[in-house]
Design a protein around this ligand. Structure first.
Ligand SMILES: Cc1ncc(COP(=O)(O)O)c(C=O)c1O
Length: 356
């Protein structure tokens, strides 16, 4: 039976990406060796790294001022690596707290300088994005979370400020067009819209690196990875290859703009049903709803098991909400087909026939 993969991450990959990755795992381009058996200094991988970087540049329209890095340690390592590299102990960075991942970023950054939390939506279990807050003009950077995977909200307006934005885009990079020049640094764990877990994409404006006095361990210094083109140590070869395939798939399917349109259409289909269906209710402020992760609950919690059973029977997986929100979460990353959302909607309608 066809599976409809709504997992929040690791998450759905495009079928052709999986096919090509499987082939490369067995025999890369007919050379008789798996890609996993090849040197990261060999011509095959050097070519893959080059292509992956240039595809990322093409999709985001990046200028040469930015470096494209493939690191390890997940977005969670970036929570501290950003502050460790960009903030001196006596300097201040602003953070907006829009969910568990922002809170973790705040906690980690506090070891490296003054952290001012400019706004938080914790008062309403993070069901909205704070908008009216003052931004001091002494900030080294402003940290935002593009998309709040757990709570189902997305930052849609980027403030006009005189410092760079540092942004966690783990769950929405490449899902929409962004004004890239506003960002000093973007980081993303790969396992949603980029590729498999194991590689972290970091896009950094080169001139913001190397401006602080702290001694930074070599592996945690962006300057190391910029100078050595992500190959100071052995990079995650296979996840980078799958990232390259995903980037090719995005470009072939029209780039970030087309992804945005495709994602908007899926989100509209699902949110329309959540709003018109008498059994379900959305958990977030309408204008802040994320097209990537839709969070919703059943008005009658007792029907949860029935809903999950119907979903399972229809091949729908990964629909259970995060424990801090409860209910359900449908993650609709780039590779998810509109058809999968239609199947979910049909199950929600079946629930009304049975229990409405
Ligand atoms: C927005 C966001 N930031 C950070 C993380 C943590 O990423 P990682 O597991 O790669 O450290 C996640 C994981 O789901 C996430 O969704």
């Amino acid at each position: 039976m066809k599976k409809h993969n709504f997992y929040a991450g690791p998450a759905i990959l495009a079928p052709e990406v999986k096919e090509k990755a499987s082939q490369a795992a067995l025999d890369y381009q007919g050379i008789g060796l798996s890609l996993m058996e090849l040197s990261h200094r060999g011509k095959e991988f050097v070519e893959i790294l080059d292509k992956t970087q240039s595809h990322v540049r093409e999709i985001l329209s990046l200028s040469d001022e930015y470096a494209v890095l493939f690191l390890t340690g997940g977005a969670s390592t970036q929570f501290f690596m950003t502050a460790m590299n960009l903030l001196d102990q006596n300097e201040t960075a602003g953070y907006v707290d829009t969910g568990s991942w922002s809170s973790k970023a705040i906690k980690e950054a506090k070891s490296f300088g003054n952290i001012e939390v400019l706004a938080s939506s914790s008062d309403k279990n993070y069901n909205y994005i704070p908008k009216a807050y003052d931004i001091p003009n002494n900030l080294k950077y402003l940290h935002l979370t593009g998309n709040n995977t757990i709570f189902g909200t997305q930052t849609k307006m980027w403030p006009e400020i005189n410092c760079p934005i540092v942004c966690d885009m783990s769950s929405d990079i490449f899902s929409r067009e962004i004004p890239v020049n506003k960002f000093g640094l973007i980081y993303a764990g790969a396992q949603k819209n980029v590729g498999p877990a194991g590689v972290t994409l970091v896009i950094v404006k080169k001139d913001i690196v190397g401006k602080i006095e702290r001694q930074i361990p070599t592996m945690l210094n962006y300057a190391t990875h910029i100078a050595k083109n992500s190959s100071f140590n052995t990079p995650p070869v296979f996840p980078i290859y799958v990232t390259m395939l995903t980037m090719e798939w995005i470009i072939k399917n029209g780039g970030a703009k087309a992804m945005e349109q495709r994602n908007q259409r899926k989100a509209e289909t699902l949110y329309n049903e959540i709003d018109r269906n008498e059994l379900f209710v959305g958990t977030c402020n309408t204008e802040d709803r994320s097209p990537m992760n839709a969070t919703f609950v059943l008005k009658n919690e007792n029907l949860g098991t029935d809903f999950l059973r119907l979903c399972e029977d229809a091949g729908i997986v990964g629909i259970k909400g995060h424990k801090s929100v409860g209910g359900f979460r449908a993650s609709m990353y780039n590779a998810l087909e509109h058809e999968s959302v239609e199947v979910l909607v049909s199950i929600m309608q079946e629930m009304v026939k049975k229990f409405g």
